[in-house]
Design a protein around this ligand. Sequence first.
Ligand code: OAD
Length: 229
Amino acid sequence: MKGKLVILTGAGISAESGLGTFRDPGGIWTRYPLEDVATPEGFARNPALVHGFYNARRAQAATAEPNAAHDALARLQRLWRDPVIIVTQNVDGLHEKAGAEVIHMHGTLAGALCAACGARWPAPMEMAPEDTCPYCGLAATRPDVVWFGEMPYAMDEILGHLEECTLFAAIGTSGQVYPAAGFVQEALRNGAETTEINLAQTDTSGAFEHHMTGPASTVVPRWVAALVG
Ligand code: OAD
């Protein structure tokens, strides 16, 4: 096989690095109401609570290490002759730590964003409601993550890649959050092969032609080895 590959990753790829997923038993959204910590309305109501939530996740991500699945995708990106586009919904930065280049469609914990002027800069470990923007000086800083009700980043670029890819793979994502959950349909419309790698069945499993079931840290290296040897 040759041609462009598009790989979508979700929280499941980082589970074995010790970072919790969202919807599995004990997952983040079973412990925190997402309306409170992952919506613009929740942030407007209680910015200290939301900063606290992301400060804790930033601290946890900073000590986490990529696992064999992140490493294998970085290797695939190095060895495949054509472009390998990794689109992640994860904000943890583990793909980059493994040496891969990624599109962060849901933003990143490593970034801060000014809600007033739109400036971006590297986030400090701890953000607080009274922090001021280094560009416009207003106390309107927020984590550079995409919340429910907001438009994910780089959608035009991602849809362009999906139009051109020969293979689309989704790894460790439940297929419950759009627009990412619709990428498999876009890829199929354009004639791409589709592979899902997950521990379990998902809401979108039926759309994929191929399935590899098991923990990402063992299945992804096996899949990459089959592609690049
Ligand atoms: P979810 O928590 O919804 O789904 C995690 C998926 O990973 C499930 O399908 C699990 O079966 C699978 N999984 C768990 N452990 C795994 C392992 N070791 N190997 C392989 N698969 C495993 O997480 P996402 O699909 O990433 O958005 O969630 C999508 C978005 O919803 C997130 O980006 C976040 C969340 O709300 C925002 O915060 C905007």
